[in-house]
Design a protein. Structure first.
Length: 28
């Protein structure tokens, strides 16, 4: 998951992680 998009910003990383999880569950 982290390999797909690497964010140097901690805030951005957290937001991206939450968004990715939500999108993954939603798409599923």
């Amino acid at each position: 998951m982290e390999n797909r998009m690497k964010w140097t910003d901690p805030d951005f990383k957290d937001l991206r992680l939450g968004f990715e999880v939500t999108a993954y569950v939603y798409v599923r």
